[in-house]
Design a protein around this ligand. Structure first.
Ligand SMILES: [Zn+2]
Length: 251
């Protein structure tokens, strides 16, 4: 499979070279009959994929057992991730939030108690989900610049207007919440990930933590590098704006 793919890539490269060559030769050594000269084209195989940048994101935490295991695994691998937190779960896990911050992860807001959707809420109800969580995180971290991930990615004009930060969606979703099969989730991530993707997982399930770490190892082997969402956007020269949604940052 890999061999076949590289042959195809080589063929494409040869075509490009010939097209270029034909153009260059048109004023020079073109045979009298107008046909292209016969040349040997040295086809340089396209370089093997060198990976790219990926942003791992985790919703619905923190949860003491699973988030701790995840942070340990990410630290061992030198990987930075992004966590969209549920305020209610932050209340008794402030040390985990401090640890995320200290270890270079990005922290964002999911909701306060995982309301089913932020769309259609009154301003007061929206504030009770997002504003309350922002104030809680501000009391722990001393700043308020948190991105928002709305549950299910549900957005309407009011959510955009009240987001208070950029809205971060995702481009790869293995639906890890629907299975305990860590290998299947990891396979989905590895087979779908491409440079600039934002990957969605949930750090409240042991199988999701296992899948995340398996996928990190496999994707590292393929040359991918993991960054926070902020770093990914910055690397792609995207300046996130409040109320604007981002689902990937392809090159
Ligand atoms: Zn969620």
């Amino acid at each position: 499979m890999v061999k076949k793919r590289s042959i195809l890539a080589g063929g494409a490269a040869a075509l490009v070279l010939l097209a270029w060559g034909g153009y260059a030769w048109s004023g020079g050594a073109v045979p009298a009959d107008g046909t292209a000269p016969e040349v040997e084209v040295e086809v340089t195989p396209t370089a093997p994929p060198s990976g790219g940048l990926l942003a791992l994101t985790f919703d619905d935490g923190p949860r003491r057992s699973t988030t701790t295991a995840l942070l340990d695994g990410l630290a061992q691998r030198g990987v930075k991730a992004t966590f969209f937190l549920v305020g209610q779960r932050v209340e008794n896990n402030q040390d985990l939030v401090e640890r995320m911050e200290a270890e270079g992860h990005q922290i964002g807001i999911h909701t306060y108690d995982h309301v089913s959707a932020l769309t259609g809420l009154s301003n007061a109800d929206f504030d009770a989900q997002v504003g309350r969580t922002r104030r809680l995180l501000t009391s722990i971290l001393g700043r308020s610049d948190f991105a928002l991930r709305p549950p299910y990615g549900a957005i309407d004009p009011a959510v955009r207007a009240n987001a208070g930060g950029p809205i971060i969606l995702w481009s790869v979703d293995p639906e890890d919440w629907a299975t305990e099969d860590a290998a299947a989730v990891a396979d989905h991530l590895v087979s779908h990930a491409r440079d600039g993707d934002i990957l969605l997982l949930h750090d409240i399930f042991p199988s999701s933590v296992e899948a995340a770490l398996q996928a990190v190892d496999a994707l590292h082997a393929r040359g991918f590098y993991f960054v926070t969402v902020s770093e990914l956007l910055a690397e792609r020269h995207i300046t996130p704006e409040n109320g604007v949604s981002y689902r990937c940052a392809y090159p």
